[in-house]
Design a protein around this ligand. Structure first.
Ligand code: ATP
Ligand code: MG
Length: 347
């Protein structure tokens, strides 16, 4: 098998997403930017209450993975689930029940089976007979050639109407959700705060929940003020972001995400744009949230923080999760050579 599909897992719809307490379920996602493959078949499940740190060299795909988790980027292949709802378009290649309805698939399998037969047998075997040889396991053992054939140019989606389209639709109806709604349940904090400079701190904080009609203006304001008080910035509510320090801006950005009552928070290097003396105040806010039970995924270069806060650390390299473990094991007893090399440079 090529590197491309060695991680392929096919999940039938009856076992999909039965993971207990899984908040975000990333299933076999690939992300291409043009020809550049940035994520290469990543699967990971974030459980309720878990704190997962993502580390890895620059360009390894950490931000892209995080952005795929809340659909700021749409994966090229694969699925992202939030609770029991699918956020990405259904990936027909992931579901046996859908895949087997496609003629492209059947023909590819038949061709594959025939290619393994001797000349005499080849002439005898009919399409219907060959189909009977296709069992559940065949799907997991598809050759690179067949997989490529199926995937190339989205043959399934483009060429096959009728039953196949109905299968995809049925799946979508059963599990699918409005992406924008689902996304509101995932809070995101960026390296560069992303506050609106032309709005006051309070206006920044209530903008989304009010616009998206998640909260009335009064409710949102009430919640925002409580959060500002909590982070010690109530007196800044009518200031513009330019009047705040980097650390203060980032704490506001975190509080802004919390106004939406997210189920999970994603942090993308929340401290790497800060002056060193401001890192502590931001990390301590994140740590408080972690201690309160917030589910979080945090991309960070702060290895000490990852050790202290995370239950689990993922090491990404070249668009793959190369190693994953508890912080103790991963930092003290790394197994993968690339991880060892990475740690020797950053620790
Ligand atoms: N929108 C985009 N268009 C084209 N290429 C992109 C885009 N976003 C990211 N990339 C490329 O994808 C690769 C992975 O980028 P990503 O930002 O996910 O890495 P990272 O691990 O977060 O790195 P860093 O530690 O520097 O933040 C890089 O080669 C990057 O240039
Ligand atoms: Mg990044």
């Amino acid at each position: 098998m090529t590197e491309d599909n060695k991680n392929l897992v096919y999940v039938s719809d009856d076992i999909v997403n039965t993971g207990i307490g899984v908040v975000i379920d990333v299933q076999n996602i690939y992300k291409y930017f043009g020809d550049l493959k940035v994520l290469s078949g990543i699967s990971c499940a974030i459980k309720k209450g878990e704190k997962v740190a993502i580390i890895g060299p620059s360009g390894s795909g950490k931000s892209t993975l995080l952005r795929c988790m809340n659909l700021l980027e749409e994966p090229t292949y694969g699925e992202v689930w939030l609770d029991a709802s699918i956020m990405t378009p259904v990936d027909s290649y992931l579901h046996k029940s859908i895949l087997v309805k496609s003629n492209t698939y059947k023909k590819s399998i038949v061709a594959e089976i025939k290619s393994k037969l001797g000349k005499d047998e080849k002439e005898k075997i009919k399409y219907d007979d060959a189909i009977k040889l296709v069992d559940e396991d065949t799907l997991e053992n598809l050759s690179d050639k067949v997989l490529t054939q199926i995937k190339t140019g989205d043959l399934l989606k483009k060429r096959e109407g009728g039953e196949f389209a109905r299968a995809v639709k049925a799946y979508d109806v059963r599990y699918g959700v409005n992406i924008n709604k689902a996304r509101q349940r995932v809070g995101m904090v960026f390296q560069h705060f992303n506050l609106f400079n032309n709005l006051t701190i309070l206006q920044n904080m209530i903008l989304s929940p009010v616009q998206l009609k998640l909260k009335s203006k009064e409710e949102a304001t009430d919640k925002a003020l409580k959060l500002l008080e909590r982070i010690g910035l109530l007196d800044k509510k009518d200031e513009y972001p330019s009047k705040l320090s980097g650390g203060q801006k980032q704490r506001v950005a975190i509080a802004r995400a919390l106004v939406m009552d997210p189920e999970v928070m994603l942090f993308d290097e929340p401290t790497s744009a800060l002056d060193p003396e401001m890192v502590g105040e931001v990390l301590s806010l994140i740590k408080d949230l972690a201690d309160e039970g917030m589910t979080m995924v945090i991309v960070t270069h702060e290895m000490g923080f990852a050790k202290e806060v995370a239950n689990r650390v993922l090491f990404l390299d070249g668009g793959n999760i190369v190693e994953e473990n508890t912080p103790e094991e991963l930092f003290n007893n790394p197994k993968n050579e690339r991880l060892k090399d990475f740690l020797s440079k950053v620790l």
